[in-house]
Design a binder for this molecule. Structure first.
Ligand code: AMP
Length: 546
């Protein structure tokens, strides 16, 4: 067989060498400055091996003759070989680094994607390769797959190399791991070959990894960790302490529409979503302050429609608690919501939310049992249940919660993931009074002396933070520091103080680079809670604003 090569680059010369070694005869090798018009006249095959975006132009310049015109592109279809009627494609599923190595590799029995004229199969047969027919419809996908299999794997190997170097571990140690992993995947398929923290759902280890990684390595790590989690049927990694900054968010004031029924709210929000608008949701118990306002502003900044709910949920109050006396002021709440950009104010009464006694409870194990859950055993079940119901009423949205109730935020985040509720839960920073007391609807219960004493929670958190920043890593010692601050305030009675892992809310054996300090105390009869994060690592967890 006689052939001509148009485009004497790595691919063209590799093919020329390989076909010649297989007994074919190369009649011409034409480059950029040669006249290609008669290339198809005196041979059986013209191999067009120019770059992909030049194939059409070069093929058009070749006058139709007796030769079949063949390209070697993985991505292009046969249409680029117009006007030739006899056309084909042969794409080797291998890299051709230089003409000599390439010629050798082409004859080692590899796979070639073929299409069009049967001459393609003859080329592959001459080279001793294995043909796979790939039509124009699946051409781009075939080529994308090759890019993933070859180029992306190289990119991943390069990350392994960089990180191994940084960790001071010889690359060879990881090569063994990579080779056995590939072998396992070849033998058993991807899912049975999955191991590691993402597949196990071990989010605290993923957090540790992210903290250890340099910032510019995290995106790739996290993308693939989440892909591994998806393969393992687990939810993606989410940092429960993920926050948005609510400072300096300006909003356009609104006149909120009060919506008292589930049916009306659903109808309105469904219509908004059908029109392509996004919904931000802020659930509250009313008696709004700027802590609530900050959530509303965050929702207004990121969504087209903002809905806030005001519902004092009986399910989350124990019989001995302050359900009946919980402060209420709907008129003022409408004004605060309007000043913070709320469009719809969902204000159901108890019979609208609970027309019959609830037989259903949503309960998030473990996370709900500790800290506030220990002091208020039914509280978080009441919260999870009402929030699930509210999420079902509001529908797909972004929902904004305050870090003020950090345990609640962790529980709702976990519940939403566990139940695949189509809501994105977003945490917002604590808003404080000028003296440091966290804003709370319950602060109105405090008389002036108690109000002054209440700042002790913040002082205890500051003392705990200072101890950690001074190098203390024993969580009990940090708890001791916070406890002694509260003990010095006669009007305050400590419920708990703790230094915990920000994800699991458990007390670790030793504090890592990220800690959450939690505190609850009674001042008079009013129970107050507060918390803060303490970071000693070089970089915060992903998603945390710098
Ligand atoms: P509540 O009305 O107390 O149930 O609170 C409704 C939402 O507002 C919850 O997500 C709270 O965490 C949040 N929130 C309450 N106080 C503050 C505050 N001081 N800063 C930020 N968010 C708050």
């Amino acid at each position: 067989m006689l052939f001509t090569v148009v485009g004497p680059g790595r691919a063209g010369l590799s093919f020329a060498g390989a076909l010649t070694a297989s007994g074919w005869r190369c009649v011409a090798t034409l480059g950029r400055h040669d006249d290609v018009r008669s290339a198809a006249a005196d041979c059986d095959v013209v191999l067009v091996t120019v770059p992909d975006d030049r194939i059409a132009e070069v093929a058009a310049a070749i006058a139709p003759g007796r030769a079949v015109v063949v390209h070697a592109s993985g991505a292009k279809g046969l249409d680029v070989l117009e006007p030739h009627v006899r056309r084909a494609s042969v794409h080797p599923l291998m890299s051709l680094p230089d003409p000599a190595t390439g010629a050798d590799k082409l004859r080692r029995g590899g796979v070639f994607a073929v299409a069009g004229d049967p001459v393609a199969a003859r080329i592959v047969a001459a080279l001793g390769g294995r043909p796979v027919t790939v039509g124009d419809d699946s051409r781009a996908l075939y080529h994308a797959t090759a890019a993933v299999a070859a180029n992306h794997l190289v990119a991943l190997c390069a990350q392994v190399e960089r990180l191994a170097d940084r960790a001071g571990v010889p690359l060879g140690a990881y090569w063994d791991l990579m080779e056995t992993t590939l072998e396992n995947v070849r033998r058993s398929g991807p899912i049975p070959s999955l191991t590691g923290p993402a597949a196990r759902g071990d989010t605290s280890t993923i957090s540790l990894h992210l903290e250890a990684l340099p910032t510019d390595e995290r995106t790739l790590y996290l993308a693939l960790a989440n892909e591994a989690a998806r393969l393992a049927g687990r939810p993606p990694y989410r940092d429960p302490a993920r926050t948005v900054s609510t400072e300096a968010l300006a909003v356009t004031p609104t006149s909120p529409v009060r919506v008292p029924t589930i049916a009306e709210l659903r109808a309105r929000l469904d219509a908004e979503r059908r029109a392509g608008r996004t919904v931000g949701f802020v659930p509250t118990m009313g008696y709004l302050h700027d802590g609530h306002g900050s959530l509303m502003r965050a929702a207004a900044a990121a969504n087209d429609v903002v809905v806030a709910s005001i519902f004092v949920n009986p399910l989350q109050f124990a019989p001995t608690e302050d359900l009946a006396s919980y402060p209420r002021d709907l008129e003022r709440d409408v004004a605060v919501a309007g000043a913070n950009g709320v469009h719809l104010l969902f204000t159901p009464d108890v019979t609208e939310m609970y027309p019959r006694p609830m037989l259903t409870t949503v309960s998030v194990a473990e996370l709900s049992a500790r800290w506030d859950g220990a002091s208020r055993p039914t509280h978080f079940d009441g919260v999870s249940t009402v929030v699930t119901k509210l999420f079902n009423i509001v529908g797909p949205c972004r929902a904004y919660f305050g870090e003020k109730d950090y345990q609640q935020l962790a529980i709702i985040t976990r519940m939403t993931e566990d139940l695949a509720i189509p809501v994105e839960v977003i945490g917002c920073p604590i808003v404080r009074e000028p003296d440091g007391l966290a804003m709370s609807s319950r602060n109105v219960y405090l008389d002036p002396a108690q109000r002054a004493a209440a700042v002790v929670l913040r002082r205890a958190l500051d003392a705990g933070t200072a101890a950690i920043l001074d190098g203390e890593r024993d969580p009990e010692a940090v708890t001791g520091v916070m406890t002694s601050v509260v003990a010095a305030e006669p009007l305050a009675n400590l419920d708990y103080a703790a230094a915990v892992d920000p994800h699991t809310l458990e007390v670790p054996a030793a504090l890592g680079p990220h800690t959450r300090l939690l505190i609850a105390a009674r001042v008079g009869t009013t129970r107050l809670i507060d918390n803060c994060g303490v970071d000693t690592g070089s970089a915060g967890p992903l998603g945390t604003p710098a």
